[in-house]
Each structure stands twice: as structure tokens, then as C-alpha cells.
Design a protein around this ligand. Sequence first.
Ligand code: PEP
Length: 250
Amino acid sequence: MSERKPVVAANWKMNKTLAEARDFVDRLLPQVEGSRAEVILCPPSFALPLVAELCKLDAVEVAGQNMHFAESGAYTGEVSAAMLLDVGARAVILGHSERRQLFGETDEALCRKLPVALEAGLTPILCVGETDEQRECHETDRVLRRQIDAGLSRIPDERLAEVIVAYEPVWAIGTGKTASPEQAEDACGFIRSLVGARNAQAAAEIRIQYGGSVKPDNAADLLGREEIDGALVGGAALDPDDFAAIVAAA
Ligand code: PEP
């Protein structure tokens, strides 16, 4: 088992009212107390202050699901790094495939967002992953290389290990189709080798999660792999018992 601390994050996407968020946190906290894994909750931004407040005495962090690279300005609907920090976030998901596919998130924008997040004091969780078609055309490595090169291009070598990378094959997100532990480990290992081409120490330390239909019944197989340092969880993270079971498997 590697010395890297596993990190399991719940991406709620556009789900949960404040009452539902409160109920989730109340039921989750007693179940993850003392867990080996770092636990992060990523609620929609309107619920961040509440969830951060509810978690403040526990070892559970909160994170945004996106942010803009600018400090402030005429960017309707966006939030800045400082705003996320202000409401208690300690991390931010960047480049989720839903942002890339549905909202036009580009590698160019991500290359600007990551250093801004890091310099502000937020841990960036950079999501990368290939589509079904790209995997079938044997383009997985090429796509991962492009996304990693762009996302990390402005992060200095000595800070690379502070980033969390989430390998999330697009074909496995919300589909119930999970990458096999071998497929997930190969891709995470490839991502680590890309980081290693820049800095060997960073490659040994950087945490690489798997995401894509992780459930309580497949979590142990995936998270038991040497190259996989935790999970980014969507659907199963809407239920506190399921999410706690995944945290326990990490
Ligand atoms: C995600 O949205 O990051 C995700 C992995 O979703 P799901 O677990 O539902 O596939």
C-alpha cells in the first residue's frame, strides 16, 4: 500500500436543497469519524457555507465544483477562488467532464484556473478522461496527455504534488459502467508517468483518484489498487450510507 493518503470526494453536482444537505451531513459525519481517507464534500455553491459550517469541527473538507480564473468582474454566474475560500472551501473541482462537455470548459481556461486556485490556497482537483469513442480508437493516452499537459502547464514542479488528479473516463460517469480495476489502474499509472516526466518526487506524491460509477460494491476492488489514491464519486455520493461505505473501502 502506498504512503499517499487516500482522498474520497462527493460531487453532488446540482443536487440537494439546504435541508437535504443538512440531513446528509448529520448522517455522514458519525460514519466517517477517524477514517483513514481524507473526505471532501462538493455541494453546489449556494450550500457551501452551510456544509462548511456543519463540518467545521470534523475532519471533513468542503470544495467548490468550479471557479473562474479572474479575481472579480463581469462574469455572470461565476465564482472566484477568493469567494470559495470565503465560504469555507478548501478545494475545487476543475475540468469535470460535464463542465467540458455541457458548458464549454477548455484546456486553455483550465491552464489558467489551476495556478489561480493553488495560489489562493485551494487544492485543485483536476478531472481528466477520455470518451467511449476515444477509448475505442485507442486515443486514451493521447487525450490524457493533452489534458494533463494543459491543466498542469502553469503549476511549478515543486507544487505539482499539491494538485489532486481525478481520472474519470467519460463513458463511466453516471452510466453504471465502471472501468475495470485494471483499466483504471493503467490510466492512473499513465497519468503518474506524465507527472514523473516533469518531476519524480511529485509523481511519487501526487494523489490520483478514479471516478466513474464508483459504488459500495466495487469500491474496494478499485481503491485497493496501488496507483489509485481514492475516488471522486457522483451518484453514490448522494446517499450518506453509500458514500460512507466507499470512504471505508479507501
Ligand atoms: C462524477 O460526476 O464525477 C462521477 C464520477 O459520477 P458517478 O459516480 O455518478 O459516475
